[in-house]
Ligand binder design. Structure first.
Ligand code: SAM
Length: 173
């Protein structure tokens, strides 16, 4: 994050455009935090959570955020959590975004959260960087996760690599 204006890639723009307004946003495996920062600036969401397991990443992001993004009069809250996301201890609601890691990591995170009864999001936006079809199969076959159903999917070409993005919404029961 070198400037205040971060231009989202086409892949992250798709994620951003499908966040549910007026709810929390979880930027899980956030790294640079571009998605969460864009959501914070938009001010159309309640609370932005930035999660990454690498302490240096979260520390750097926190410093940059307070230097060039934070607004004292913003009603949007921002929280930075350094943990393996499957070990999050907070109730996870709104939109959960997990992009830029492998499908098995995405599954491990979702499974860990739901095992602890903390996965209460309305929407999951998942962008696995590999094993994407396995991920959908694993979610479908999981008793804990099959409360989410595939709503849409797209492919985005990033440099020369095609990336899948999936939106899954909680089923109405
Ligand atoms: C390639 S970056 C993805 C950044 C961004 N989400 C995107 O799609 O552009 C992957 C990040 O995931 C983090 N990560 C990997 N496994 C994780 C886990 N289990 N819990 C939390 N963070 C994780 C890594 O530390 C790294 O910063």
């Amino acid at each position: 994050m070198t400037s205040q204006i971060v231009k989202l890639s086409e892949r992250l723009t798709f994620v951003y455009e499908n966040l549910i307004p007026d709810k929390d946003v979880w930027d899980i495996c956030c790294d640079h935090g571009y998605l969460g920062i864009a959501a914070y600036k938009n001010a159309n969401f309640t609370h932005i959570y930035f999660v990454d397991r690498v302490p240096e990443i979260i520390e750097r992001l926190k410093i940059q955020f307070h230097k060039s993004v934070f607004k004292i009069d913003s009603a949007v809250k921002a929280t930075f959590i350094c943990t393996s996301a499957q070990e999050i201890k907070t109730n996870v609601t709104g939109t959960v975004c997990i992009t830029g890691v492998g499908g098995s990591t995405v599954f491990k995170i979702l499974d860990g959260l739901s095992k602890n009864n903390l996965l209460n999001a309305d929407r999951l936006i998942l962008g696995p960087h590999r094993d994407e079809m396995n991920l959908l199969e694993m979610i479908k076959d999981s008793e804990r996760l099959n409360q989410y159903q595939l709503k849409s999917e797209i492919k985005v070409v990033e440099r020369t690599t095609s990336r899948s993005l999936f939106i899954l919404d909680k089923k109405n029961v």
